[in-house]
Ligand binder design. Structure first.
Ligand code: S3P
Length: 175
């Protein structure tokens, strides 16, 4: 039974790489944010706006416990998932956790064009976004580094790079 759980900052490529890995290895892909949105018939952005972050974190933990029971899956989590409650220890028990490590500059490039749907960064200008990534990543890394493995996911910008990253992942983790 295979259960790979991808963790890492917003823009680290958890969804992009997760979907590609699942396709390549015949596993089911589950995106935790998407799972929450389907279950609640609401966007993450609206859940944050209407219920606040603490309620979102409680929902996120509950839904994590559902998806982490599924078998033969690649699960991509939200950037904050490992940093609340005992979520990282729980994920480490339930599956093989992989931290997608990406340098701040690359995260900034990715997030500067994809900030609108992310409630934590949607109202930030470029300078604020850059500072926020740097500061929050420093706070979150101790949680991310508790993952079983680390994978450098700085090259996911087009189909060729994604395929190459899947191949590197396969070799690194002997899939
Ligand atoms: C969050 C990351 C988001 C989503 C929510 C909060 C975070 O997921 O769960 O907006 O705290 O970093 P992505 O990492 O997929 O953007």
């Amino acid at each position: 039974m295979t259960r790979i759980i991808l963790i890492g900052y917003m823009g680290a490529g958890k969804t992009t790489l997760g979907r590609a890995l699942a396709d390549e290895f015949g596993l089911t892909f589950i995106d935790l944010d998407h799972f929450i949105e389907e279950r609640f018939h609401k966007s993450i952005r609206d859940i944050f706006a209407e219920q606040g972050e603490s309620e979102f974190r409680r929902i996120e933990q509950r839904m994590l416990h559902e998806v982490a029971e599924f078998e033969d899956v690649v699960i991509s989590t939200g950037g904050g998932t490992p940093c609340f409650f005992d979520n990282i220890d729980y994920m480490n028990q339930m599956g093989t956790t992989v931290y997608l490590n990406v340098p701040v500059e690359r995260l900034f490039i990715r997030l500067s064009i994809a900030r609108k749907q992310r409630p934590l960064i949607k109202d930030k200008n470029d300078a604020e976004l850059h500072n926020f990534i740097e500061e929050q990543l420093a706070l979150r890394e101790p949680y991310y580094k508790k993952a079983h493995h680390t994978f450098t996911a700085d090259k996911l910008e087009d189909k060729t790079q994604i395929s190459a990253s899947v191949e590197t992942f396969r070799r690194q983790f002997d899939l």
